[in-house]
Design a protein. Sequence first.
Length: 255
Amino acid sequence: MTTKKSSKGGNFSHLTKNYQEARREYPQAVIEYCQTFFKPLKKAVVLDLGCGTGIFTRQIASSDSFTVGCDNDLKMLEVAMAIPSVNTSYVLGSGGNIPFSDNYFDIVAAFGSFHWIVWHEKEAAIKEIWRVLKSKGLFLVVNKTDISSLASDVKRVIARNSSEPLLEVRKEYYPEKILESSGFANIKVKQFETVEKFSIDEALKQVQSMSSWNFVKEDKREATLDEVELLLKNRMMNNIVERKLNVIVVGAWKT
């Protein structure tokens, strides 16, 4: 029997405002590392799959490449398109339906989105990514992973006030294994440690930009925020909430 997946999982449409205001860019060291793969290519054509509001799309955009942001959420794309960026365009699509011809992109990147893509449509998405990549094209997967207990403590507060169990989308999620089993080769993994810093108001917006916020019952949202705020204030240093992270970059090549 196939278990029906919640439509709330990975749905950021109602969270767009907080997402754009609170989500942080990727560290410059991560961007520079990713760009080392771009530089040998002249006028690389890059796809940012699951681009959201275009945070990473704008970070990697340059005069030496052309970057396309692709997302299945029109509200997120409208925010992305409203922010000027060099050599960039946006299209509506998904991991399982990338609206481009075969062998179109030199590089496909999934920043903070591949776990959702895999959860929703793994087999179809892998086939589509493979299809639109040029021969010997690069697929980049980048994820932020919390390394302090703060995130799990916040998640427990959310879970207590949710209408259904929270999703464990990243449980047993190993992108390098997924890519290896899908035929990608020369897989490279690099890790970066970083700290994102928030005011208390920014941190609360960050919490409300999480997909798990969709599960919080409407009549419990105010109380949930109050509980999260107290938790965050108890962890603050010099009026700053710190989110300690590993950013893991996985690069794999189409054979």
